[in-house]
Design a protein around this ligand. Structure first.
Ligand code: AMP
Ligand code: MG
Length: 521
């Protein structure tokens, strides 16, 4: 097994001089060394064949002892020195000070066919940033991270990736619902990948400590490697950098809104500087379309990170990043202006995205009202987002039928709530929608094709992840493989997986893990 190592982060950035692994405040450094914990009995559960290929490994490597050793944390890759990153963050709107990689350990970076991949083990033991926690991860959260990272990629959403999911053979104590009932669970480790794992919080920690020297070193590094087209040094470059981070973050959130993904913990330490989805914790997929909905039980009261709030929260987080960058520019004004442009950019990009979901290629003034009315009636009675949009593409203007309601009937959770009033709302909207469609000059087939390319048929529904987890807990990993395969082509019909194009079953409505998730992972 040969890895194409090409390290930058730990070669070019300041390192914590203390080598011992104990919890502490780490200043004037971007990272500290930290060696993964040796697992008792590592075992491979699932490997992403695509990521194997991406990092230049073969099917043969997968069964090698070296692969198991390295990606379970048992052995350090020769010539490397694993490390944990230092960052801070705002959690639920409040500055939390230093956080850092408390249970993620960076192995190394690879450069394969021009693509940079930083490799990170999640759940490989304590680091100087673990505070009072154990640095470990349990099987359930690791299955969720592994499957969802890959699923998001195939949905076309910017995201970190996942190479492997392994059991460590160790038991991990977790109080899953924070209700005083801790239980031992199977420990697991995921190897995730991204060009870089730098977060908003990496910049914030230096700014909060008025450490402008290291703030500049980190920002210059980030621009040099990940925004190479930006003019190096100088205020203009930093302003452009901020604008690009804003654009990428906005683009990512619009994708989330398109597929119905709710991150659950949009703290500034969980926002990637590359605009990729990062840190799959208590995330969830919209089943019933609902702007308020969040899967995160910690956020049940305030819905700070609910589906409909995500765009505003991204802006709030960008404002925090902007504040952190002010010392590099000397004034806040240029960054404020960029932030001021966010809402308009969002509105316009969001509307284009919604047009694509509705199969509208022309840009007409009436579209905004059409979309807004749709958002309202989708929330009148519980309506499955994925099924609704997928089935909407089946409207055939060329047929003699004029009643299109039966086409979307499958999307409603509670048929008894479909009163005449609600049906009328829908029929009125469908009439407006079909009138609008008639202005387009695409055929029914063309429209369906374009809609099916943006409205997924298969997403990792919350109860599906939980089914895979329940089986895995009992030593059956087959469903992980099934979902991994199915979610590689989320926009294709794949009739063999039809059973997963279905509403959440009633048993999952209030089940822990299906509709309620905690940060405990
Ligand atoms: P999160 O919001 O889950 O991304 O985590 C917030 C902070 O807590 C980060 O600094 C994590 O590294 C840290 N953290 C979360 N879980 C653990 C754990 N089990 N052990 C050590 N640190 C953790
Ligand atoms: Mg995090």
């Amino acid at each position: 097994m040969k890895l194409k190592i090409d390290e930058t982060f730990n070669r070019e950035l300041p390192k914590d001089p203390i080598k011992d692994n104990y919890p502490r405040q780490v200043v004037e450094s971007c990272y500290s060394v930290a060696t993964p914990r040796i697992p008792t009995e590592p075992q491979i559960i699932h490997v992403s064949d695509e990521m194997m290929q991406a990092i230049g490994l073969t099917e043969h490597d997968k069964s090698s002892k070296k692969f198991l050793d390295i990606f379970s944390g048992k052995k350090v890759i020769e010539g490397t020195e694993p490390y944990a990153m230092c960052y801070g963050g705002h959690q639920f709107g409040h500055w939390a000070g230093q956080l850092g990689d408390g249970r993620a350990i960076n192995l190394t970076e690879l450069l394969v066919e021009g693509n940079r991949w930083a490799l990170q083990l999640k759940g490989a033991g304590v680091t100087p940033y673990s505070r009072t926690a154990d640095g470990l991860a349990v099987l359930r959260s690791s299955v969720r991270e592994h499957l969802c990272s890959e699923a998001m990629y195939h949905l076309g959403v910017p995201t970190t990736r996942s190479l492997s999911l392994m059991l460590t053979g160790d038991q991990v104590l977790r109080d899953m619902m924070y209700d005083g009932n801790p239980k031992y669970e199977k420990g697991a480790v995921v190897c995730r990948l991204a060009p870089s794992f730098i977060r908003f919080g990496n910049f914030q920690i230096f700014a909060s400590r008025r450490d402008e020297k290291n703030l500049k070193i980190l920002t210059d590094y980030t621009i040099r490697h990940f925004f190479p087209h930006i003019e190096k040094g100088g205020e203009k470059g930093y302003i452009q950098f901020f604008e690009e981070v804003l654009d990428r973050t906005l683009d990512m959130v619009i994708h989330w809104q398109r597929v119905g993904f709710v991150h659950g913990v949009m703290n500034t330490d969980n926002l990637s500087i590359l605009g990729s989805t990062i840190d799959y914790g208590p995330y969830g997929w919209l089943e019933g379309y609902d702007h308020q909905w969040t899967p995160n039980t910690t956020d049940r009261q305030h819905h700070r990170y609910g589906y409909g709030k995500q765009p505003d929260i991204a802006l709030w987080n960008l404002a925090q990043l902007g504040s952190a960058l002010v010392p590099l520019i000397g004034e806040a004004q240029p960054l404020q202006e960029i932030l001021n442009g966010y809402k308009d950019k969002y509105q316009s990009n969001y509307l284009s995205m919604m047009r694509s979901k509705l199969g509208l290629s022309q840009t007409l003034a009436v579209d905004l009202a059409l979309v807004e009315e749709l958002e309202d009636i989708l929330q009148v009675t519980e309506t499955d987002m994925t099924i609704f949009f997928r089935n909407l593409a089946n409207i055939q203007l060329e047929s003699t039928h004029t009643n299109f309601f039966p086409l979307i009937n499958d999307a409603f959770y509670k048929s008894e709530e479909l009163t005449e009033v609600i049906k009328k709302l829908w029929n009125d909207w469908l009439t407006k929608y079909t009138e609008r469609l008639r202005i387009e000059n695409s055929t029914d087939r063309e429209r369906k094709e374009s809609m099916d390319a943006v409205n997924p048929k298969y997403v990792l529904r919350n109860y599906m992840a939980q089914l895979a987890i329940d089986k895995a807990d009992n030593g059956d990993y087959s469903l992980i493989g099934t979902f991994y395969q199915m979610l590689k082509s989320p926009y294709s019909e794949q009739p063999e997986y039809q059973e997963w194009f279905a509403k959440r079953p009633e048993w999952a409505r209030h089940k822990v893990g299906c509709s309620m998730l905690s940060c405990s992972s």
